[in-house]
Design a protein around this ligand. Sequence first.
Ligand code: GUN
Length: 285
Amino acid sequence: MAIILDGKKLRDKIFGELKLKLDKMPQKPTLAVILAGDNPASQIYVNNKKKTAENLGINSIVIKYPSTVSEKELLDKINELNDDKSVTAILVQLPLPEHIDKFKIIDAILPEKDVDGLTPYNSGKLFTGEKPYVYPCTPKGILLLLDEYNIEIEGKHVVVIGRSNLVGKPVAQMMLNRNATVTTCHSKTKNLINITKTADILISAVGKIVVGEKYIKNNCVVIDVGIFKDESGKIRGDVDFENVSKSASYISPVPGGIGPMTIASLMVNTVELFKVESGKCKVES
Ligand code: GUN
């Protein structure tokens, strides 16, 4: 039976350490979140981010727009937040309404305030193997969880299912930077199962049930990034947890795995950017 990769436990440990740091800081970071439209999942995520930040002692502002918001309104707001010295981290919740060019919006965020690590500057640094200001939250959370359990990455075959800018592409690159051999699979990949069966570490970030028992070899480490509600309203991931956990060596559950690690990474990134932005306030790392 697989060992459970407990994201909640590591999140709580990270929050404990972060709170101690924040309590000692004379000035606190401020995280500004822009939410455009009425995507129900996004509303829950954004509320969660705000509450979590406030519990830790991070200032948080949420700026909401209707789905009819214009690109100009969003760009004006980002420019205002970029110029506002009291705002140290900016996050634009995705997805944005369809008529908005998300790349244009993300590109407008100052790299030093880009708490998602998604701007061309930060993702460029990631792809050249240099240090970005921060790493994208979900990939960072995955690596923190693997490291917590001392799971070796170097030399391993990591298979990623999904090629999004938020998860698939950056996690593949971060694994490559850690000397893994990486294969990225996606909706047009042929013979997916033949590839996933060769994975030492399998990361699935699709949003529907994909990974069954037959998809993995014995002792594979399985990371489930998917999260959605099934027809009965139950929260599910991409992985058939019950059966896959019989032959995996480690497995991250949904809920309680990568979700809590994403929010933990967001809070860590917010504090890291504060150090960059303020420069005046010394924080031990
Ligand atoms: N939507 C779902 N996950 C994320 C995330 O990590 N960052 C942003 N900005 N939007 C998201």
